[in-house]
Ligand binder design. Structure first.
Ligand SMILES: C[S@@+](CC[C@H](N)C(=O)[O-])C[C@H]1O[C@@H](n2cnc3c(N)ncnc32)[C@H](O)[C@@H]1O
Length: 209
């Protein structure tokens, strides 16, 4: 399976229509967490089983991974988990999908693709316009979590988020972890790899004010 796809390709311009929250989830009133670039969704499967008091929505650009994850959700009859296929930027910038951002209590960007070459920076998920869209629709007090093992990417994402004056850094000690989307500190696949290989993890949490 291809590891990297170009999110700016025309293939991702048309987005699927997205059902309302009461179709996506058994209980649409539960707090919603959005995981962007969720790959095969293993992290979200673990979370959704342990925390039945949250709804989880994953967005992933590699279609095969999403199809497999959707099938697994159906087979296992999981009703607090949903996967969407597409470029997260195109999906969330679409006016009809605004309800997703408006309802999300938190959003995670776990180890997003770094796109090391300068001419490819525009392929990175976190872009100033995208953060602007999140900031315009996210509820006050809702959170963004970023994690990466690439220091330059961390600096870029941190700068881009904090350039938007509606976000402030939240000190980890002030996070009520038992109330957050991941109280058991489950690790993503990339995170496990990074830890096993003793690489650094750069992470930060932001609060919408
Ligand atoms: C390095 S992997 C990290 C996967 C997972 N979050 C983890 O921590 O193990 C980055 C993932 O983001 C996906 N991705 C990259 N750009 C995307 C975009 N614009 N929209 C949705 N998913 C994207 C990639 O296909 C890939 O699965």
């Amino acid at each position: 399976m291809r590891q990297h796809v170009n999110p700016l390709s025309k293939n991702f311009e048309v987005i699927e229509s997205i059902p309302s929250l009461n179709i996506l989830f058994d209980n649409p009133k539960l707090p919603l967490h959005l995981d962007i670039g969720c790959a095969a969704g293993d992290f979200l499967f673990d979370l959704s089983l342990i925390n039945s008091n949250w709804n989880y929505l994953g967005i992933e650009i590699r279609e095969k991974l999403v199809k497999n994850a959707q099938l697994k959700v159906k087979e296992r009859k999981i009703r607090n988990l949903y996967f969407l296929f597409g470029n997260a930027n195109n999906i969330l910038e679409n006016h009809e999908c605004k309800f997703i951002i408006e309802n999300a209590k938190s959003i995670s960007f776990n180890f997003p693709d770094p796109w090391f070459k300068k001419r490819h920076y525009k392929r990175r998920i976190i872009q100033p316009e995208f953060i602007n869209i999140l900031s315009n629709s996210m509820q006050k007090e809702s959170l963004i979590f970023i994690k990466t093992d690439v220091k330059d990417l961390f600096n870029y994402m941190d700068r881009t988020i904090l350039n938007n004056l509606n976000f402030v850094t939240l000190d980890k000690v002030n996070l009520k972890s038992e109330k957050c989307f991941n109280p058991n500190r489950i690790q993503t696949n990339r995170e496990m790899y990074v830890i096993e290989n003793k690489l650094c993890i750069f992470e930060r949490i932001y609060k919408k004010i």
